[in-house]
Design a protein around this ligand. Sequence first.
Ligand code: ZN
Length: 80
Amino acid sequence: MRCPKCGSENTNIQVINEQVLKTKHHGVLWWLCVGWWWIFVKWIFLTVPALLAAIFVGKRKKIKNVQKKVCVCQNCGNTW
Ligand SMILES: [Zn+2]
């Protein structure tokens, strides 16, 4: 691989594992209408269940491993 920046052939190809968290996001409207009081109610009446729910919801997050190949130039440090 030739470095596109300096033209050097002294390059390494590295495989990088990227972890991507996939979560469902609520829309802005949901937060404006429901989110603020729902969290308020949860924290007052359901503090402990809310914490447990947060842990449970956190475990439901899907972790996706994405393999990325990155070339690193040993000459100028350029990555692409
Ligand atoms: Zn270079």
